[in-house]
Design a protein around this ligand. Structure first.
Ligand SMILES: [Zn+2]
Length: 165
């Protein structure tokens, strides 16, 4: 006669408080191989949990945490992409890298790289190019000044001639 389901719930009681368990249940568990096996596995699990200890927190945790927070606050505001890239570099598990790299690649493909700040910054022209441009601009300005002076002279001449016939 198998009443294992009936006695399943009293198995923890057999471990923690055997006196609260009825003789009937004890008899069954003692005679039933299945219930005894369950009881043993329960005992094994409980003893394993007894031996488990949480890793101690290093005494410098608070100091390091505060320093890290200060760094983050002092750091110049970065774009979300830079933040994401920084997180990628600090990932502890190597398996996550290809996964996130793939996600990034998808983002870049979707956005064409423009919104992610991946497009190269405009290249500053070299000093020589800048000089040439300035000279060109100066020449144009001088030309314009010459033209203005000439037209001034011309108009002055014409006005003079009209005013004083
Ligand atoms: Zn049983």
């Amino acid at each position: 006669m198998k009443d294992c389901k009936l006695y399943h719930e009293i198995l923890p009681d057999l471990v923690f408080d055997p006196q609260s368990v009825s003789d009937e249940a004890k008899t069954h568990v003692a005679a039933c191989q299945e219930c005894r096996a369950n009881l043993e596995s329960l005992r094994a699990t409980l003893s394993l949990m007894d031996t488990w200890e949480a890793p101690a927190i290093t005494p410098y945790f608070d100091v390091r945490m505060a320093a890290r927070l200060r760094e983050e606050r002092a750091a110049a505001p970065a774009s979300w992409f830079e933040l994401l890239r920084a997180r990628l570099q600090f990932l502890p598990t190597m398996q996550m890298r290809p996964l996130l790299a793939g996600a990034l690649a998808t983002l870049i493909m979707v956005g064409g790289g423009a919104f992610a700040g991946l497009t190269p910054p405009p290249v500053a022209p070299s000093a020589a190019v800048t000089d040439l441009r300035m000279m060109d601009r100066n020449a144009k300005v001088l030309d314009q000044m010459d033209q203005l002076l000439q037209s001034d002279n011309d108009s002055g001449a014409t006005t003079d001639s009209t005013l004083n016939p």
